[in-house]
Design a binder for this molecule. Sequence first.
Ligand code: UT7
Length: 323
Amino acid sequence: MIRSRVIGCGAFLPANIVTNDDLAKRMDTSDEWIVARTGIRQRYIAVEGQKTSDLALGAAREALADAGIAVDALDMIICATTTPDESFPATATVVQSRLGMTSGAAFDVQAVCSGFIYGLSIADSLIRTGSARTILVIGAETMSRLLDWNDRATCVLFGDGAGAVVLQACEGKGDNCDQGVLNTKLFSDGRLHDLLYADGGVSSTQTAGKLRMQGKEVFKHAVTNISAAVHASVEAAGIPLSDIDWFVPHQANQRILDGTARKLGLDPAKVVSTVALHGNTSAASVPLALVTAVRDGRIKRGDLVLLEAMGGGFTWAAALIRW
Ligand code: UT7
């Protein structure tokens, strides 16, 4: 059977680091509160004029170089983002043009913090059914543009960045020893809209709005939903959780990472955490964490890697990959 294998990955962060102490000079908060409640120590914030497509392009170029392929080998670009450059066209088409890709297709996916895994799932399906051979999947965000900087309960949590992977068709036997994406599991529950949303949009207010979140409620659902997605993925693969080498979760809050690890009985040493450095970068968070653990040598070829995420909608998702 055809499998989609990750042949390269890349990341991009804006140059501008904002620490908790920097925020404490501008609003009523403290490094102690932010670290104790979230584990976040700093975040990267795009400089004036820097757009989501700029970050996405940086991650895309690094992923293509890492894969060792030219842009004309790509059949498709999928960009997961909640903070597109414009209401339309898709940010993926901006990246397509700036990469010099003149064929194929490019489109955005909107599933907020789960967007990268949704994009990965779509790309995997298109490759396995033979509709495409090589796809660039990006998660890119400028969440700083969507924040209410007067709401200390949300604005200290988020950051900007981008991560990307190149998926390519390869031959597999159809078992769990195959290299590539082994399964993806996608979920949503639109009834939970009011717990996490932006209070604007083209057809409602004609503005982008600002991010609104009932943090405590989101927290409760996060641990439950992420655990359910992880179980769905390993059960579909017919493997015990202990077979997973690396868990790469959405980086919203260290307490959520710890709570999920406790609930699932995971070894915390197998959970990749970048939340201290990046904050919550929504759709960029999973690929940024993934690239971090690949570059520092933790994730190696042949390892079993489980990605998971949860965000506004609610949406939640998991993906099992043999690296
Ligand atoms: O990516 C999508 C997924 N999102 C998430 O997973 C976020 C999930 N939620 C969370 O991570 C946590 O709920 C938060 C970090 C957002 C908040 O932590 P919490 O322990 O639930 O705190 P809280 O909202 O109950 O606030 C506790 C106190 C409040 O003061 P009072 O009412 O007890 O006097 C807040 O006003 O902390 C206060 N507070 C702050 N204090 C200093 C809220 N934000 C801040 C702040 N600095 N930035």
